[in-house]
Design a protein around this ligand. Structure first.
Ligand SMILES: Cc1ncc(COP(=O)(O)O)c(C=O)c1O
Length: 359
């Protein structure tokens, strides 16, 4: 028998592993998971029923074209049906976007720190990450991102609002940036948290994409719509880009459960957006309370807050966990805390106050 092991692509060496948010401790202790930017509310009854009905048919493959969902989305956003491409979560669509545009020798530009899947999916494709530091205020530095463009740049992510800082870029600066980027580079506006935005100066990417063929918008059902476990996201992009996404997507990647639940969620939007409104109120309450306690916390337009704690990050995360709230530390840098149910937010605020006093 041969001693040799299979040859794997060298690009895979050193790929950072995706760290999922830690689950809440099992075993009866009061524990809240504020580590993955999930929606704390259980599925709405109508949405659950749609998924359960689809479960009765899972001996069959799903509709590969996601016809009902795509039609529903096209109508909702007023875009052509062939401008929508779906995938297994928006991270699946993001991976297809890179596969469609970049390979070895090409560059993918994004802010850092930002969504931790960007370096992983870039490296998998064999392309090179170009990470542009956030400003001191933890906002995208669009001028520096523009300066980072080279002839090898194929794709630029603008995460708006940014994960994990919650900060958002506004219309004037984003439009100025988009107007300057060469039109043969794809700009992806990752709007996973769009529904939580309340700053009216933060533009809706779908308005910006319409007359810009090199702009694509990424959205997800995982956050505001509360379908994280079902894995469905989509892109709105001009025909050539959307067609490339359909070519590179995993066939039958979006289950029928996910498709039907997503359609039901769009139809239950009023109720869902009521819940989002409640989360936004909680976010503003938590943000104001942290400022009141003396913390420096950037303005957030998402369903989480960011605390740049540096060396104290791990200690604070441990204190939160001890108190029964699991948060998301980026050791040595800072901590992201998802807005959850009011009891969870209170518990977190209590811990933050005590920690601040003993610093
Ligand atoms: C900015 C951003 N984009 C995309 C995603 C991917 O979400 P999903 O694959 O669940 O749609 C996330 C998830 O955390 C995110 O924070």
């Amino acid at each position: 028998m041969s001693e040799k092991s299979p040859k794997l692509r060298a690009e895979l060496d050193g790929i950072p592993t995706y760290k999922p948010g830690k689950p809440a401790a099992a075993g009866g202790a009061v524990a809240y998971k504020l580590s993955s930017n999930e929606n704390p509310y259980p599925p709405l009854p109508g949405v659950l029923e749609s998924a359960v009905a689809a479960a009765g048919r899972f001996n069959r493959y799903p509709d590969m074209a996601c016809t009902d969902l795509v039609n529903e989305l096209a109508e909702r956003f007023g875009v052509p049906v062939d401008h929508i491409a779906t995938g297994t979560g928006s991270v699946g669509v993001a991976q297809s976007l890179i596969q469609s545009t970049a390979g070895p020798g090409d560059e993918v530009v994004y802010a850092w720190r930002s969504f931790e899947a960007y370096p992983i999916i870039t490296q998998i494709s064999g392309a090179t990450s170009v990470q542009v530091p956030l400003t001191d205020g933890d906002v995208h530095d669009l001028d520096a991102m523009y300066e980072a463009i080279t002839e090898r740049t194929r794709l630029i992510f603008v995460c708006n609002p940014n994960n994990p800082t919650g900060t958002a870029v506004r219309r004037a600066e984003l439009e100025r940036f988009l107007d300057r980027v060469p039109s043969d580079i794809l700009v992806v506006l990752d709007e996973a948290y769009r529904e939580f935005v309340r700053d009216t100066e933060v533009p809706d990417g779908i308005e910006l994409y319409r007359d810009r063929p090199n702009v694509c918008v990424l959205r997800t059902f995982s956050k505001a719509y509360g379908l994280a476990g079902l894995r469905v996201g989509f892109a709105v992009a001009h025909e050539r880009v959307a067609a490339a996404l359909r070519k590179t997507a995993v066939p039958f990647g979006v289950s029928q459960l996910a498709q039907d639940a997503a359609v039901a969620s769009l139809r239950a939007e009023d109720e869902l957006m009521g819940r989002v409104g409640a989360l936004v109120c909680e976010r503003d309450r938590v943000h104001a309370a942290l400022l009141g306690q003396g913390w420096t916390v950037p303005d957030t337009q998402a369903n989480f807050v960011w605390m740049r704690l540096g060396e104290r990050t791990a200690d604070f995360a441990a204190a939160c966990e001890k108190a029964g709230v699991v948060v998301r530390p980026f050791v040595g840098e800072g901590l992201r805390v998802t807005i959850g149910e009011p009891e969870a937010n209170d518990l977190f605020l209590h811990t933050a106050e005590a920690f601040f006093k003993q610093m």
